[in-house]
Design a binder for this molecule. Structure first.
Ligand code: CA
Length: 221
């Protein structure tokens, strides 16, 4: 899943980007409201982490602009401890949740999982097509009747992308977009390599290839 971080503070922005990459998110980081709106217009994101205290166009204005334009991307507002009125304004403008600085990275990750889950229309924390089950908190996958297996960060990101909508084909570029952030080098055979690894762990038929179109996980009956 690709996440947009909007944060003007370099230290906080770097720390958030690192923690998110470690947790297998593809991350783009911008530092002001105008760049955030540009990024959101050109790229599809699974969630936005939005500092409300931004220079020039503030975070609440970014949320208003997004929601006015019909964009339903999950927004997690990031605010200062004393900024209660900002928080209320942010939620009323259309933020899905907020987190107060300084925050614990583990809590931030849990909140992102929660807002993206609600957007996917499913309150259950485990993604599944009925046969393969994936736990976004532990990065463990389990095939019906077998032991749970820990996936690498990128294997997890790829399988998550497919399991969000079982039965839907994702092309190579759609998968790359969900696994890699801006500026991250993508080897031309990276997706094949990850799929090979996932099939080795979960079985050859876990992920199906549709020649010339892409890959999918079947929707179990
Ligand atoms: Ca700020």
């Amino acid at each position: 899943m690709r996440v947009l971080v909007v944060e003007d503070d370099r230290m906080i922005g770097e720390a958030m980007s690192l923690a998110l990459r470690d947790a297998a998110f593809a991350v783009d980081w911008v530092r002001d409201g105008a760049s955030a709106l540009d990024a959101l217009e050109t790229q599809h994101y699974g969630a936005v982490l939005l500092d409300l205290g931004l220079p020039e166009i503030d975070g609440v204005s970014v949320i208003r602009t997004l929601r006015r334009g019909g964009d339903k991307v999950p927004v997690l507002a990031v605010t200062a401890r004393d900024a209660v009125s900002d928080r209320i304004e942010g939620l009323d403008a259309g933020a899905d949740d907020y987190i107060v600085k300084p925050f614990d990275m583990a809590e931030l990750l849990a909140r992102i999982r929660a807002v993206s889950r609600r957007k996917d229309g499913d309150a259950s924390p485990v993604l599944s097509n009925g046969r393969i089950h994936l736990d976004p908190a532990s990065h463990e996958a389990r095939v019906e009747g077998a032991e749970a297996i820990r996936l690498s960060a990128r294997e997890f990101a790829l399988l998550r992308a497919l399991l969000v909508r079982p039965g839907t084909i994702l092309s190579r570029s759609e998968l790359e977009e969900r696994i890699y952030g801006w500026g991250e080098e993508v080897e031309s055979n990276a997706v094949d390599f990850l799929i090979h690894g996932l099939r080795r762990k979960l079985g050859q038929d876990a992920i199906r290839n549709i020649r010339g179109a892409g890959w999918l996980v079947d929707r179990a009956p």
